[in-house]
Write a protein that binds this ligand. Structure first.
Ligand code: AMP
Ligand code: MG
Length: 424
């Protein structure tokens, strides 16, 4: 255990804010007010991976559609008895032979070939020997139907193969193909506009003047929201004045289902977002008892478009995207929520924290040779520190009243992939 000591400033004994709501309450409040996104599109099957099925999918046919051999071998009638047969034909995959077999006869079959109707057994080639057209069966299959794939043994015609809302994966795409389905009706993409705010921001590639920094949230959140169900566009950056905020919001709501801004939601002199949204429908949520990400805000602009006011610091913006924006979008598509999956891991370091907020620290999760899962801190935890985010593959979740963790403690961990797959 390295026992590294990465502390935040622990000058007071509690980090509680009486006006902050819990993560669960915040999600509830968001979901209550969130307008639903409706609409579907038909897509060719090969474009459906990761999209959501609009309605339950019934199999249009039985698969396999005929009795097929599961082996290269010989098909015959078991009741004929004896361990020799005369080979009277061959059924190759795609080239069936006659269905009629007389007593004592057999046909050669290959894997995937249609088994003649009169045959009820297939013996694999390895258990036979052939002398001209006489087949000697050295070992009989255990039972009737052995090595024969029955009609509909994968899927029966009319069977439900996927429920409405299923996220389409490669396996389902394969199954659809086997059933002759070449297009699916999926839920339409959610149009998201991402806007950064702040007079200090410049785009990467531009030259910085004194007091300026590069906008990292736009690229960071674009990457986090890279999902086949989203259509993400980047709106013009807002300057720190109400006119610019209103103008950017007007443009965004005219083309989006969801607007996400970063920055401008704290208590600073130049934080105008909440004021503007309050005047245009109301801020339904501000402040969640978590760290980082406390200033998270949510409202519905002009009674129409949901707005997520994410905190400006990049790590806070990333975390609140995972914990609130992704579940909300899933909700707005009418999909069932599943709790975020977590792991328990043995902590390698000393993690400091004050009671009063749930804290998410950036960590690195790995497995030891003995199979134990361990997690270590990736360094400084301040919410502007991107290096410890870039080196992390998980968040360590420390409970509201916890005051940290010691080396050897079991801690709850949310791997990035789990967080991003909230939408799965
Ligand atoms: P604010 O809430 O607007 O005061 O922002 C909080 C902190 O996050 C400030 O240090 C901002 O400079 C910083 N910040 C805001 N937006 C961004 C952004 N898009 N990229 C990087 N840092 C940002
Ligand atoms: Mg700002």
């Amino acid at each position: 255990m390295s026992g590294m000591n990465y502390t935040t400033d622990l000058t007071s004994q509690s980090d509680a804010d009486p006006n902050a709501v819990s993560i669960e309450q915040a999600n509830e409040r968001i979901h209550e007010r969130l307008p639903m996104v409706s609409g579907t599109e038909y897509l060719p099957l090969h474009q459906c991976r990761g999209r959501y099925l609009n309605s339950a999918l019934l199999s249009p046919m039985s698969s396999p559609p005929f009795r097929a051999s599961a082996m290269d071998g010989f098909a015959f009638r078991a009741a004929d008895g004896g361990d020799t047969r005369s080979v009277v034909g061959e059924s190759f995959a795609g080239h069936p032979c006659s269905d009629i077999l007389l007593p004592g006869e057999c046909v050669r079959v290959t894997t995937g070939a249609r088994v003649p109707n009169d045959a009820d057994m297939v013996v694999q080639q390895e258990n036979t020997s052939l002398s001209k057209t006489t087949l000697s069966i050295e070992k009989l299959p255990e039972a009737l139907g052995h090595h024969i794939r029955g009609v509909g043994s994968d899927c029966q015609q009319g069977q439900c193969i996927a429920q409405a809302g299923t996220r389409i994966n490669a396996g389902l795409i394969g199954l659809c193909s086997a059933l002759g389905i070449d297009a699916l009706e999926v839920k339409r993409k959610v149009r998201i506009t991402l806007i950064s705010t702040g007079d200090e921001l410049k785009s990467p590639g531009d030259v910085l003047s004194s007091g300026q920094i590069y906008d990292s949230n736009t690229a960071l959140l674009t990457a986090l929201l890279d999902n086949p169900n989203f259509d993400v566009s980047v709106g013009a950056r807002m300057q720190d004045n109400p006119a610019s905020v209103n103008h950017a919001l007007d443009q965004a709501i005219s083309v989006s289902d969801v607007v996400i801004t970063t920055g401008g939601v704290s208590v600073g002199e130049k934080d105008y977002l909440r004021e503007v949204v309050d005047a245009r429908g109301g801020v339904a949520l501000w402040k969640v008892a978590m760290k980082p990400g406390r200033p998270l805000s949510f409202g519905v602009i002009d009674d129409k478009t949901p707005w997520f006011g994410l905190p400006g610091n990049p790590v806070s913006a990333a975390l609140t995207t995972l914990l609130f924006v992704l579940p909300a979008i899933k909700h707005s598509l009418g999909l069932k929520q599943s709790p975020m999956r977590t792991l328990q891991a043995r902590c390698s370091d000393n993690l400091k924290k004050l009671p009063g907020r749930v804290e998410f620290q950036r960590g690195y999760l790995s497995s030891l040779d003995n199979g134990e899962i361990v997690v270590s801190t990736t360094g400084l935890q301040d919410s502007h520190v991107l290096s410890s985010l870039a080196n992390a593959n998980c968040f360590i979740r420390l409970a509201m009243e916890s005051s940290g963790a010691n080396p050897g403690d079991l801690v709850t961990v949310i791997p990035y992939e789990f967080a991003q797959h909230t939408l799965a």
